[in-house]
Design a protein around this ligand. Sequence first.
Ligand code: NAI
Length: 347
Amino acid sequence: ARENSAYDGHERLWMGKDTVRGLTAIVAIHDTTLGPALGGTRIWKYSSFDEALTDVLRLSRGMTLKNSVCGIPFGGGKAVIIADSKTEKNAQLLTAYADMLQALTGQYITAEDVGLTLSDADFLRLRTSNVAGTTIGGSENPSPFTALGVFLGLKAAWKFKTGRGDLKDVRVAVQGLGAVGLSLCRHLHQASAKLVVADMDQAKCEQAHSEFSAEIGNSANILLSDVDILAPCALGGVFSALNIDVLNAQIIAGAANNQLLTHTGANRLRDRGILYAPDYVLNAGGVINVAAEFDLDGYDRTKVLTMIDGIPATLTRIFERAEREGAATNDIAEIIARERIEAEKSR
Ligand code: NAI
């Protein structure tokens, strides 16, 4: 792993292999200065072990930054299971994974991510307490909370860029109509935005069309749509040197983790006058909700919603500071995240 450039500063890396029960999993713990590592488990059919390793390392680093910026008492970690969630995820595999989580004795707490559902999280929780985002713990599915934070943050980005406080007739392209994407569409539709959507699953596009009058775009080039705002809500790595120069939108504000293929992509976006809302600041609603399960006073939804209400203000501070300092927004977000971690280290 040390040879992998994404390894950067990780504390620990665990690999779980159970050939009998079909499990190959990697748990990456990036930084536990602020508390135990908290971040979801992704189940994905990676084409190689190296691809899975790179993904989990990038995702766990992102969790350190996200958990720090949103102010919860948790460090950053993430896990991946190499499997097709539609055909290879079963009780045996999940039981083997629960055993692995239990063996990590609370250093890492997991939750949902792509391929791992609320009922999977409940299944794991019956076997280990190192799982959050469950019906049993009380916070349930984090996705609607993520979508709410993305919606509020997207509105803040629009206000910052244009001075307008409403989204009436603003054109937004949503890539990916999963748990977060569809819920985001609902908020945007209620705010009278005009939607263009894409998903590899045609049924989801039809649903967005009938429920939210969304125009169905082409999934191969939805990010090049002639819209005001792009909201990537599928997988990461969608903005690179291949497309940044030909984007038509003024703002990028979506839920997907690691949207930029390379960190420096944000400088290119800035040069083009495209406002980039750092993904882990915008999509923190889910982890805020999950973390609340561990609150000593018990899970309190009102507190969660108050914290999510803080996302637009955090984002606006990042935009203002980036403008003042002539820096990229993701650089400023990272500085803010690291400030909290460094302050904790020096306590
Ligand atoms: P999901 O698995 O429910 O939905 C993803 C959707 O994207 C699926 O409908 C899939 O068909 C579609 N998709 C995949 N590749 C696509 C492509 N190339 N073009 C169009 N559609 C494509 O996942 P979920 O939970 O909605 O998460 C979406 C993103 O947000 C992920 O990157 C996830 O890591 C991130 N995120 C999710 C959080 C949550 O609370 N669920 C929290 C923070 C981040």
